[in-house]
Every structure is written in C-alpha cells, then in structure tokens.
Write a protein that binds this ligand. Sequence first.
Ligand code: ZN
Length: 418
Amino acid sequence: MNLLTWLFLAAVALASATRLWLAQRQIRHVRAHRDSVPRTFAEAIPLAAHQKAADYTAAKARFGRVDVLVDAALVLALTLGGLLQALSDAWAAAFAPESLAHGTALLLSVFFLQAGVSLPLALYRTFVIEQRFGFNRMTLGLFLADLAKQTLVALALGVPLLLAVLWLMQRMGAHWWLYAWGVLTAFTLVFQVIFVPVILPLFNKLTPITEGELATRVARLLERCGFKSSGLFMMDGSKRSSHGNAFFAGFGAGKRIVLFDTLVSRLEPAEVEAVLAHELGHYKLHHIVKMLALSAALTFAGLFVLGQLIDEPWFYAGLGVRTPGTAAALALFMLVVPEFLFFLHPLTSLYSRRREFEADAYARRHADSRDLVHALVKLYKDNAATLTPDPLHSAFYDSHPPAATRIGRLQTPATSPL
Ligand SMILES: [Zn+2]
C-alpha cells in the first residue's frame, strides 16, 4: 500500500459512483418525461414509440449499473486482489519469467478473463434486452460463430502486435516507448485500411450498389463534394440487429462507403443521401484524421508515462504486484488508466458533439436539410433513442447532440456567410 494505492482506489470509487449516479439520473429523467412527446416531434413520433424509447433507455441504463459493478470488481481483483500476480506466478511455472512467451501468456490470460466475464453480460444484453424491444435478429448460433471469429481475428492481429511491443520493451532500452508508439500507430493506420476490404467481409456480406436511384444520387453527391471512393456497398446488418447505420473507412481513393441494409430499407433515397452528406462532412472537415491524430497523441503521452513508471518499484507495489516486469507493467497500465481517464468523458463528448454540428452544417450545404431532419426523426424512432435524455448524463456521455437541439439547429435558417 502506498499513495498510488489510495489514488487508484479513490479513482475507482469516484468513477463507479459517478457512473451509477448518472445512470440513476437518466432512468429518473426519461421516466418523468415518458408520457408526453416533446413538441418538436409531436407530429412525427407517436406516444407509444416515445414510451418504448423511454423504457428501452431505462432498461439499458438499469443493466449498465451491473456493468459498473462487474468492471470495478474485476479491476480490483486483478490489481490489489493479487490476481495478476497469481497469473504471473502460474505462468512462471511453464515459461521463464520475463520471456516473450511468459509475457504473452500473462497478457492473453488477462484478456480472456475480461472477455469471459463480459460474455454473460453481452448475452443478456442481446438476448434479453435487445430481444424484448424487438431489435435482436441474432440467433445463438450466429452469436457463437461471431464470438469464435472475433477471437481468431483478435488473436491473429493481437498476438504479433503484443510480441512486437514486448520485444521492444525488453530490447530498446529507455526509449522503448517511442518505438512501441511507432508500431502501435502504424498498426492503427493499417487496420483502418484493411477493415472494410479484409475484416468486415468475414462477418458480413457486402454488396456493391451500382444501379438505381440511390446509386445515382450518391454518385452525384460525391461529385458535388469532390469525394473519391472505391465503391458504395450495402451490408447485411439486418442479420444481427434492426438498428441502422452508415460509415466509411480507408484513406485516399481507397475509401469505401458502407450502408446498412436496415438504413437503406427504412429511408428514402433522398434521406440516405442526406445522411451520407453528413458522413462526408466528417471526412471533408478532417474529423477522422483529427481523431486518429488525437488518439496517436494520447497513446504517445500514455506510453511516455509508462516509460517513466516501468522501473519504479512503487508503481507495482502500489497496485498489488510483487514481481515487476514488462508484461505486468503493460497489464497494470491498461487496467488502471481507464479509471483515471473516465473523468475526461465530458470533454471528449463535448468535442465529439461539436464535430456532429459541423457535419450537420456541411450536410445542409450539400444536401437538403429537410431530408436530414426526416431521416434523423425516423432513426430516433426506429432505434428507440430517447428524445428526453437527462441533461447531465447527455453532457457526460453523448457523442451526438440531444435530438431536440440537433433538429432545432437544422431547422433554423442557415446564417448567410459575410
Ligand atoms: Zn456524425
């Protein structure tokens, strides 16, 4: 026990208490507004749909409290509870301590432990909550097949990365963290490029959209915005969930646009065009590159800090580890940092909501804002997204502005440039 122990305990307690308190506020707020549809949406959203959204939001927030307790219990068990030390000792019987094999085995066992603990929670979320509200389309067979494939992909990508980082930590001296940062950043960029063409097809069928009104509209939109892509695809998201989405990934002329079939079937072509104009806004305003740069900067700062801590005995002793080592340092860091970073949530959410307003402004310059409003209202309704979130919960977590504010802005006449 040292000062770090107390700081860490205080962070876990404060983060968990804040999460529980915000969930409680959210539940109370949506319940209190359950029986009247906000005026902006009164014509478009029937009371029954509004009530479903309230119940769905409350059910998710209620179950989210279990997540909070499980997360806190697991992180405390692994650190101060001595579980990480016990795993390290157990693997030391099979592999030489501080060998790459020992480090990899230790980190993989932590990942599998975390995955194993979150599995029942994921099952409950999919087959009880999503099922009850009519969103789940997944069978248990598909869930298990996904799980097996995800595990294999994570191992295929993660193990070489882990080996590279551990090797650099042991061989590169005091500046190992700089090399590790280079490897991690390169990995992230490669992942962006291979995600749609290589990884996504393992899980979903992607069909090119080349004909029809939608293809024509999208082609015209891309031309207006000066956007080059290597294709528009429809993805069979409906085999898992009825929630809809659209995104694109990749860089340069290799960018691919992916629309969920659920989105295409629910929205008119003009509305899909408006949603896509919003997504293009994120790209054209460099939001994606900025996000990647920001995460690279945070990784840099994090690894620098770890570089300073890794030789300090108090770092290990304060977090329940008796035998210092590179893999233990990495595991501790990944377990402990999120507890402290939790309090940055309001800032990152604020940053993200600003980017959403900017993308909406871009969309109204390049498509019809009325189409975007119609599309958003349909999506709020279909996804049972609450129109009346608790303001504090929303300020803390929401990456997107509250529905009423967002629609309100889209409906005000555009201010003309000077
Ligand atoms: Zn957006």
